[in-house]
Design a protein around this ligand. Sequence first.
Ligand code: DGY
Length: 325
Amino acid sequence: MTLPARPVVTVTRRLPASVEAALTERFEVRLNRGDTPLGPPGLREALATSDAVLCTVSDRLDEEVLRVEPLRASLLANFGVGFEHIDLAAARARGIAVTNTPGVLTEDTADLAIALMLMVLRRLGEGERELRAGAWRGWHPMHHLGRRLSGKTLGIVGMGRIGRAVARRAVHGFGMRLLYASRTELPPGEAAALDAVHVELDRVFAESDVVSLHVPSSGETRHLANARRLQLMPPHGILINTARGGVVDETALAEALRSGTIAGAGLDVYAEEPRVHPGLLALQNVVLLPHLGSATVESRTAMGMRAFENLVAWSEGRELPDRVG
Ligand code: DGY
């Protein structure tokens, strides 16, 4: 593959200014100043006319888009750790490498998972809605009682980087007891430091006060939180999802929340973003955030710089630091 001295890179969405500046200095960059999603025609055009595309979770690079002719791009530098929106097999078949941005959004996503736990248990969204609606009648002992997070049992599904960062906060910050289900067990030292017990997935649902999901989206994890597992949870249990929407059966979750099978849920991700299941929108006992896990200046800048480093390595013919496909 021979690239021009300044390869053409299409950036599909607006990025922090410092990232756009670094990209502009090094590459012939096509920025998306209007920040409008490119959609399939724009993505096809980018693949046909650029050497690389810096894409995001909201760009669906499926088999049909990747079938574009003629094809010029040889790299998809994804801005984000999750890459289920890219058909890796189709990219490979077209000779397009794919990279992601692991590690740099771990702490912020873990913070958000804890924030959701507190929002749900302490009913913070409901409280703010009441106040803003002018319905608050002043302090009284039985007003708006929630439940305590400290000391409860947390069940983590998926002990990767983010799962472990949530575990540290929960154990060291909130004195929680920790159960987890994960393909890979924690190294003994880390498990001992967190007093973490590795159990079967169903046991996580059956024995935790709070279940927090931290697995990638795949055929294997699709609807992992389904009607049967939600039924295993105690009636005071809550479910937190900062991973991917497809991991939860949203219809089953809405029904479990409506019928009192579980007490609450906190969601940052949805199966068909930006659409939110109408059954969830109708409920008070679910906190719904618009995919904000990594939405800090610090994370988004670090994600951009990580994508930039992958682009630089690619342009210099070096091994890609974060190659996933
Ligand atoms: C990711 O990196 O996959 C996040 O969901 C985007 O913030």
